[in-house]
Design a protein around this ligand. Structure first.
Ligand code: SAH
Ligand code: SF4
Length: 388
């Protein structure tokens, strides 16, 4: 579980009391909050929550005054008790290839990145963060080197989707011709260390009377928190992605130290038991290509063996170097040779293509320190490959 640092205490000036933001509440929580704040009597709570839900999640309004079918006094009472405001976007960059990167400020010195990548999934995918930083210290990942770690609230996760939709002008929620069709939890953080908020955000994002992104188009990527896998499947029905990166415990212990706690045999058993697995709902295995570390033909063959019997697809991710790392990306020919062995073994194994180079957008290695981002001008980026 992430360590929470309350930076608000570090500021000298007292902060204004924060009104609860309604955007991160599930339907049931929304109804309960209206009653608890004495804005709506119990008998009318469900009806009023349904009404508000459409304004918030279908129309994307950020101002109670725009809720024209809600009585004036109720609108005032709502505004008094709650907020609908979006977090501040500190930076927005659009790449020539259509990739959009948002640096979103959630609090003093707390920033996360969210990246929209066109032509991924059905039409376009949003890579969202689940934590600020990450406690897991995978040796090839920059996020793990950040000192500050805290879980994002459901509201902060939903806000990433709302911000992207504001920018893509996708309100009210379109039925067809959407630009944002898929969500991948492949930004900063380990989603299964923040499962309650991740599951609540998925409930909200997938609700048919709101943002309405189908659960089959929402993918949660984990480094392998085995005890939470079942709950993720049961509570969210999200698609599963596993950051594998190695086919034996000796190497995986180094690359993904969490492996020492949940070794490969346990991880594979947990994956096989993931609720709802089928050929139509396959697990994605992510495998970062590290030169001279995990990229031999023997390892490709071992990977085919390891995944036997699991409805799976494999994403080969070219390693994205960051300042100070000792790893290098495998050569293109090595990656292609690796992919060919996987293909022969019966697995589609697309190689993630670099996108958004001109704005340094990245998915899977996001970080909050924008100055450092700007400094590392030569970083390559890779985006997830996911089915529609
Ligand atoms: N913590 C989760 C989700 C975020 S990371 C997880 O580990 O699955 C999303 C993906 O990006 C993971 O597969 C991760 O291993 C990969 N990744 C992290 N750093 C990377 C880098 N520098 N280059 C390429 N892929 C990286
Ligand atoms: Fe955390 Fe995922 Fe990075 Fe590992 S790869 S440090 S789990 S964000």
């Amino acid at each position: 579980m992430g360590v929470t640092l309350d930076l608000s205490r570090a500021t000298a000036r007292p902060l204004a009391p924060v009104k609860p933001n309604l955007c991160g509440l599930t339907r049931a929580e929304l109804a309960a909050a209206l009653v608890a704040a004495d804005v709506v009597p119990l008998a009318k709570a469900k009806m009023r929550a349904t009404q508000l839900w459409r304004w918030i999640h279908h129309y994307g309004v950020t101002d109670f005054e725009r809720m024209t079918d809600v009585a004036k006094e109720t609108r005032a009472a709502l505004a008094e008790a709650f907020s609908l405001t979006r977090p501040e976007i500190v930076e927005r960059q659009v790449s020539k290839d259509g990739t959009r990167k948002y640096l979103i400020r959630l609090g003093p010195r707390i920033e996360v990145e969210t990246v929209y990548i066109p032509d991924v999934g059905r039409a376009g995918a949003l890579c969202v963060s689940s934590q600020v930083g990450c406690t897991l210290n995978c040796t090839f990942c920059h996020t793990g080197t950040q000192a500050l770690v805290r879980n994002l609230t459901a509201s902060e996760i939903v806000a990433q989707v709302q911000v992207a939709r504001d920018d893509l002008e996708e309100w009210p929620s379109p039925k067809e011709d959407r630009r944002l069709t898929n969500i991948v939890f492949m930004g900063m953080g380990e989603p299964l260390y923040n499962l309650d908020n991740v599951a609540a955000s998925i409930d909200i994002i997938s609700d048919n009377e709101g943002i309405a992104i189908s659960r089959r188009r929402i993918t949660v990527s984990t480094s392998g928190v085995v005890p939470q896998l079942h709950d993720l499947g049961e509570n969210s029905q999200a698609m599963l992605a596993i950051s594998l990166h190695a086919t034996n415990d000796t190497l995986r212990d180094v690359l993904v130290p969490l492996n020492k706690k949940y070794p490969l045999a346990d991880l594979m058993a947990g994956i096989r038991a993931y609720p709802g697995l089928s050929n139509a709902r396959r697990v994605t295995f992510e495998y970062v290509m590290l030169k001279g570390v995990n990229d031999t033909p023997a390892e490709a063959k071992a990977l085919v063996q390891l995944l036997k019997g699991i409805p799976a697809k494999i994403n080969l991710i070219p390693f994205n170097p960051w300042p100070g790392t000792e790893y290098e990306c495998s050569s293109w020919s090595t990656i292609e040779a690796f992919a060919a062995i996987l293909n022969k073994g019966g697995y589609a194994s697309p190689i993630r293509t670099p996108r958004g180079r001109d704005i340094l957008a990245a998915c899977g290695q996001l970080r909050s320190e924008s100055e450092k981002l700007r400094a590392s001008a030569r970083r390559k980026v890779a985006v997830p490959l996911i089915d529609g």
